[in-house]
Design a protein around this ligand. Structure first.
Ligand code: ADP
Ligand code: ZN
Length: 654
């Protein structure tokens, strides 16, 4: 095996593309449009939080810490909220903005998503708007006017805009109910989503010391938590840290053999018709995979930073608006996407860290319905990532020591990810432990559903390591996994003959295992740090300091035997939409979905802005016959009842 390929991904694909962000100096923003208008605060629209919850959002009760968080902000205090994706963070600032006098100002990083956020709020009757560089001056003028006239409950801004003094002046003149800092982990310099302008957000506290602030993130590490507190000067904030468990997500990590076919099988057997995200490392594999899925009859679209921005925007819009689209993407895609009915997230390549994996898989199942997180992982992934780390440097100015430190950190991230892949224990227990939570076996991950065996691989490990050592010591040669396995299996390939491997003492001593199993051994030795990839660029293998104890018999090596069909136990779970609905409701649900699709197309808003799947399912099972009955269903608030009630009842009676 050799490594001639270039680094397979582009740094631009590690973050959302530039045009998702506000330009650093927003055009035309140095002035506001309304010079002297008598400002009025937006009145408090509800006297209690639960009143707003029922009337506006149509929900029965608060979840988790929502009630307490809202109470904290309503009463003027600061809050720092760590809650997983889908936990219900948005209500934590939306409701206080409705209960307090003034407009809630939301700092949100991606301008590309502000329109959808505003649409979703308008649909429930919340008066929301945004100011950003996608608007022309007349639109901005209208928003500024509405803000000063007290006609906005919520105003979305990108952090860059706060640097502009005119924006701050505008905010000064109006009344601010609260500041919500969404995706607050962007303030963390060590995190993968760092945004320099987030560092400026301490200005909020300095300039408007009496306005309560609420910072929210779905990033769970302790380090990020502390960094948010420090950098945003949230000294007196109450901290709310929710459990990061996502019980509705089934975590599965499969041995990678023929990844595209494996993906196809997953989609056909478990997710026909479902919306999902497929993550690939490189732009080329994004495009190939999307094409492959289309050829096989799935509506898949590509997304990566190398695509024209209009194509990207159009693909993103289709993914959000239409039902059942599969987005094949680099990790540039996904932050801030709040589509609730993403039913699966598949990784065709190994994520670089557990944080990344958790964030990406977390985009599945925001609506709480069963969803799948599936990762295909193999020897190549480990080799590729180890090699990448060797080649990587920190910032352009970094010195040798800093680069070494940078690589050490990347190595630790990868090791944790590999440990998750190779575990024979519950995936969820391990995942949560990484975020400092203790839990018990979940029953809803691949290792719980079909427990892998662990076996004593000490002897095979010794055979393999000693082959590597002998080749080097006796012949000053280094080889990749392919040739080493050929030697162990005693194969007389051209390469073996060429190098006269058959005279080696370890030639043919490993026939007790097959090629796939040997590849599993190599992969796991790499994962455990008992074998290393040479930084010569060819993927040749080396022993490590730790290997010595294995060769001398002081250390046993326990390995994981990949189950033949690791997902069999899970396969009983058919397409998730079909399974939970009683037979009679399926047809009604489909009728409602068709009605919703037409409605969303007509209005140009995502389907979930009209009604979530969860709400349609409840309607399909309950079959309400009056508006009053319909109004009791979760997710049907006053506004939606008034707007869609009759239409729903007529779909039901058709
Ligand atoms: P987050 O921002 O934390 O990822 P969201 O605010 O998007 O999560 O909420 C996730 C989903 O849960 C949304 O579909 C939202 O409407 C729903 N939700 C939030 N709070 C409640 C609640 N108290 N009752 C019912 N559904 C809720
Ligand atoms: Zn489990």
């Amino acid at each position: 095996m050799s490594w001639t390929a270039e680094i397979p991904w582009d740094p631009d694909d590690l973050v959302p593309p530039d045009d998702d962000f506000e330009p650093p100096f927003p055009d035309d923003a140095e002035r506001t449009f309304i010079a002297s208008e008598p400002a009025r605060p937006s009145p408090a629209r509800f006297s209690s939080a639960s009143d707003a919850l029922h009337t506006v959002f149509g929900y029965d009760s608060f979840r988790g810490d929502q009630a307490e968080i809202i109470q904290q902000v309503v009463s003027g205090g600061d809050a720092l909220v760590l809650m997983p994706t889908g936990g219900g963070k948005s209500l934590c600032y939306q409701i206080p903005a409705l209960v307090r006098e003034g407009t809630g100002v939301v700092i949100s990083p991606l301008i590309a998503l502000m329109q959808d956020q505003v649409d979703a709020l308008s649909a429930v009757g919340v008066r929301a708007a945004f100011l950003n560089s996608t608007q022309d001056s007349s639109e901005r003028m209208r928003v500024e006017h509405a803000f000063l006239a007290g006609e906005l409950d919520l105003l979305y801004l990108a952090p860059e805009r706060l640097r502009v003094s005119a924006t701050a002046d505008l905010l000064d003149r109006g009344t601010i109910a609260l500041f919500a800092i969404d995706e607050a982990h962007c303030v963390s310099q060590w995190g993968h989503d760092f945004r320099p302008d987030y560092l400026q957000l301490s200005v909020l506290h300095e300039r408007w010391p009496t306005v309560p602030r609420i910072a929210l993130t779905a990033t769970a590490t302790e380090q990020t938590h502390l960094e948010i507190q420090k950098r945003l000067q949230l000294t007196d904030a109450r901290h709310f840290v929710a459990s990061f468990d996502r019980p509705n997500i089934q975590y599965r990590i499969a041995a990678k053999n023929a990844p595209q076919q494996q993906l196809l099988e997953l989609l056909r057997t478990e997710h026909p018709g479902d919306a999902g995200i497929v993550y690939c490392l490189s732009r080329a594999s994004v495009e190939k995979t999307a094409e492959f899925l289309v050829q096989n009859g799935f509506p898949a679209l590509p997304y990566h930073a190398g695509l024209d921005s209009r194509v990207r925007a159009a693909n993103q819009a289709r993914f959000l608006r239409e039902d059942g689209i599969i987005m094949v993407a680099t990790i540039a895609f996904g932050m801030g996407i709040d589509k609730p009915d993403v039913r699966f997230v598949a990784h065709l390549d190994l994520p670089k860290s557990v944080e990344g994996y958790y964030q990406e898989t977390g985009r599945a199942g925001r609506d709480g319905l069963p969803s799948t997180a599936w990762l295909a992982y193999g020897l190549q992934d480990v080799m590729q990532q180890r090699r990448m780390i060797d080649a990587s440097t920190g910032s352009a100015q970094a010195n040798a020591a800093e680069n070494a430190e940078h690589r050490r950190r990347l190595g630790m991230h990868l090791d944790a990810m590999l440990a998750l892949c190779e575990t024979v224990e519950c995936r969820r227990v391990q995942l949560l432990a990484y975020f400092g939570e203790t839990s018990t076996a979940c029953g809803n991950c691949d290792t719980c559903l079909s427990p892998p065996e662990s076996w004593d691989g000490t002897v095979p490990a010794q055979k393999l390591l000693s082959t590597v050592v002998r080749l080097h010591r006796e012949r000053n040669q280094r080889f990749g996994a392919g040739q080493i396995i050929d030697i162990l299996l005693g194969r007389t390939t051209a390469r073996v003959t060429q190098h006269d491997h058959s005279s080696l003492r370890t030639f043919g001593i490993g026939t007790e295992l097959g090629e796939q199993e040997w590849r599993g051994v190599v992969r796991q030795l790499l994962a455990q740090g008992l074998l290393a990839v040479n930084s010569d660029g060819y993927g040749t293998l080396l022993v490590t300091e730790e290997s010595a104890s294995v060769l001398s018999g002081q250390r046993a090596v326990m390995l994981r035997r990949d189950p033949e069909r690791p997902e069999r136990a899970a396969k009983t779970r058919r397409g998730t939409t079909a399974v939970a609905l009683p037979a009679g409701a399926v047809g009604i649900f489909e009728l409602l979905r068709a009605w919703r699709a037409a409605e969303s197309k007509e209005q140009g808003v995502p389907a979930y802005v009209i009604f979530h799947d969860a709400t349609l399912r409840e309607i399909a099972t309950g079959v309400p016959s009056t508006l009053a009955e319909l109004g009791t269903i979760s997710g049907v608030g006053e506004n939606k009842l008034a707007r869609y009630g009759e239409a729903i009842l007529s779909v039901l009676s058709s």
